[in-house]
Structure formats: C-alpha cells, structure tokens
Ligand binder design. Structure first.
Ligand code: ZN
Ligand code: ZN
Length: 423
C-alpha cells in the first residue's frame, strides 16, 4: 500500500532538527523524518475482534506537524517507542475486512476511529490501574504492544497497526464508530472533537466566564463544545488575527480578545476590575479574572497569559500540546489555581458514561452543530508535502484542518468545499 511514513530514527531526527533551523520543510524533504512509501506492507489483523479499514480521509493533527518538525517531548518518548510510524489518528474509513468475532460491522460500512488503544485492546487481563479507574485514555501500558503490536497510545504512531496517512489500517471493533452517510469533512472531525469535548468536561463549571486560547481546530471545536454544553457561558477566544476571529465567532465564541498584555487590558475594560502591574514582567495581572482558561497552544507565553487571566481558585486546562516550557508558576500557589491536563477523549461519566468520541459522532450528525468549514484543505497522497506545508503554516496560509485522501478510489461523501493546498 501507499503511505506517508515517519522513520523516527536518530539520524533522521538529528537531520530534521539541524536542517529545520534553516528551512521549514526539512521534515518532509529527503533525509527528513517523513517520506512517501509506495509499497509498505499493509498491517495484518491482530486478532478476531479486529477489522481492516481503508482510509477515506485523515486529518493532519498539530501533533503530526510537530513530529514532522521533530518537536517532541522527551518525557513522552517513553510511550512512543516505534521506529516506524504511519501518522494519522483523525480517521474516517471504510471497513474492508472483519475478524471472525466481529458480527456488527460489515464490509463497506463507514466508520470514524476512536484511536485510543488501552489494556482491553491489547489483551491485558487484568487491566492496569488507570483502565480499572475508568481512564483508558490515560492507560499505564501505552508503551506495551500486547496483541496489537502497537508500541504507542493510539493508531497513527506505530506502523504495526497503521495510520490514516496510509491506505490501510487495522482497528479493534470497539474503536470503530459507524457514521452512516455523514459528510466526510464532518466525520473526520470525530477524534479532534472528542479531544475538545473531553477538554471542555475537564472543567467542572463554577462560573460564567471562560477564555479559550488558540483558534486552531482544537480551540474551535472546544469553543463549539463549550457553547453546546453551556448555552449561556461567556466564551472569549484569544486570537492573533482576523482568520481565527471569524472562525471562532462562527462556532459560538461570545467575543474575541487580542493576544498578550492587550488581552488583560481588554478584559478589564469590558468586564471591570483593576489591572495590576508586576515589576519587569511583560504581562499585567487581572483583578477580576475569569473562571477557567483553556490553553490550546501550550507555548510559554500562552501558559503565562492563562495564569494571569485566571481569578483566584480558577482552573487552567492545558489541552495537549505543551512540552518543556519556562514559565513562572507563582500564581498557581499564590492564587490557588488548579491545572488540569488533557490530550485524548475517553469515557464521560459526567454525560452518560459513553466515550467522548461517541458523543462527537452524534454532535457531528446534527446539522446545527456549526463546524462546517473547519476543514479547509484536502489533498491526495501525491500532494502530501504540500499538505504538510499548508498545515504547518496554519492561519498564515488561511488553513484550518488539512486532510489527506490516501485512496483515490474511495469517493468522499457529502458536500466538499475544501481547497487543494498550493505548492
Ligand atoms: Zn491529534
Ligand atoms: Zn490500561
């Protein structure tokens, strides 16, 4: 099969890091971490409860772009030990073969993937403490392949089970969520929406004002999720430019805030409260801060801004991306802030106990859920480098979600308005 492959070897990692200092496309040029494989062996079914899938559409996640740029957390390398990866964990696919124990999926069914592979998928019995506590999305054995052969938390990080940037992958039956004739460009948002919904639920509502930082796909889906969960909540989006502003309002943001110190001043002007200045630091403090901040960027300046925007007792939800960052954490203890982290979707006891990905499919099937237009670019596998370049440029290229269509034989479903990335 054809697939974009990441060879996560030390020489390619070092080459990508070194060449990346002078050019932005080092990761997908010759010698870089990513390459296009023309004849990769398709993964085999690990067991009778598994299915083989043909990728219809696969979203490019910020983590895929991060991997292409060799921007990875060394701590988390404990969970990601595969040396060959087929990226792509935001997948809508068509069932191509079913194992002997799968009796409720048929060849030809369209499914969205919940990519988390926990103890039950790996055949571990008894399950780990985390899975036993209802947190399979933070399984303690993410590094152990078990029956799957996958030395990573999800599909898309080990070629053993494949990923959406390839034409074929395998998944456990329980990971496959039927989507019927849901439009491809909505169904492909299932995994990022599951992440966003789970992030929204990491805050137990204790106020009326929240801030979301970063109008990328996760930030927008999180805004849409907060709006759906809390119709009366004031959701302010910190956005660096007009491209993100319009998109944030379209998915339900109440208002837009500028980035940096101006965000503090804008909130003080609009909502009242003093602005407190600290010595020799760029950011002022807000006296009447907001109840929660969802940082979907995870850079030092956004984490710092989050801490400065929160009221005493407020909650910072760090969504995904943060790596090792130099941040002054003094406000955490001074103002008794709570920090909660999140990256995967999982069971949602505060809803009805079903997984976030299952709720995501329901929401995406509702035409009133305003996420059309989030997917801006679609590319065939032949244009994978252009797709990565556009995804990497993000708002500078007026790009939201960029998705790959690995199999030209598989038609997309529903209205498709996305563009082709330009080289
Ligand atoms: Zn992702
Ligand atoms: Zn586990």
């Amino acid at each position: 099969m054809r697939a974009v492959v990441a060879e996560t070897t030390v020489p390619r990692y070092l080459w990508t890091t070194a060449a990346g200092r002078v050019r932005s496309d080092a990761g997908w040029r010759r010698g870089g971490l990513f390459r296009l494989a023309e004849d990769l062996l398709a993964p085999a079914l690990p067991g009778p409860g598994w299915v083989r899938l043909r990728t219809e559409l696969a979203g490019i996640c910020g983590s895929d772009v991060g991997l292409a740029h060799a921007r990875i957390s060394l701590v988390l390398s404990a969970f990601y030990t595969a040396s060959r990866v087929v990226p792509g964990h935001e997948v809508v696919a068509v069932v191509d073969a079913v194992g002997a124990e799968v009796d409720d999926l048929a060849v030809g069914d369209r499914v969205a993937l919940d990519p988390v592979l926990s103890c039950v998928h790996r055949g571990f019995d008894p399950v780990c403490g985390s899975c036993a506590r209802g947190l399979p999305h933070a399984c303690e054995r993410f590094d152990q392949p078990g029956e799957t052969g996958c030395a990573a938390p999800t599909q898309g990080f080990d070629a053993a089970v494949g990923g959406g940037f390839g034409q074929v992958l395998v998944a456990h039956r329980s990971q496959c969520l039927p989507v019927g004739d849901l439009a491809s460009t909505r169904a492909v948002l299932t995994e990022p929406l599951a992440v966003a919904l789970h992030a929204a639920l990491r805050w137990q509502r204790d106020g009326d004002r929240v801030v979301v930082i970063g109008p990328g796909t996760i930030g927008l889906l999180l805004t849409a999720a907060l709006r759906r969960l809390h119709p009366d909540l004031d959701v302010a989006m910190v956005s660096p430019g007009s491209f993100g502003d319009e998109r944030a309002i379209a998915v339900g943001a109440s208002r837009i805030l500028p980035t940096g110190p101006a965000a503090v001043h804008a909130l003080a002007e609009q909502d009242g409260g003093r602005v407190l200045t600290a010595k020799r630091t760029p950011l002022p403090l807000l006296e009447r801060g907001v109840d929660a901040v969802f940082d979907c960027v995870g850079y030092p300046d956004t984490i710092d801004l989050s801490l400065h925007l929160l009221r005493p007792g407020g909650t910072l939800v760090l969504v995904g991306a943060a790596r090792q960052q130099p941040v002054d954490w003094s406000l955490v203890w001074n103002r008794e802030l709570t920090i909660r982290g999140t990256i995967n979707g999982g069971p949602e006891p505060s809803l009805d106990g079903r997984r976030s990905a299952e709720h995501a499919v329901d929401w995406l099937a509702d035409p009133a859920f305003p996420v059309d237009g989030l997917v801006t670019h679609l590319a065939p596998l032949d244009r994978w480098q252009d797709a990565l370049a556009v995804a990497s440029a993000g708002p500078r290229a007026r790009a939201g979600k960029v998705a790959l269509q690995p199999d030209p034989q598989l038609p997309l479903v529903g209205p498709v308005t996305a563009l082709q990335p330009r080289p």
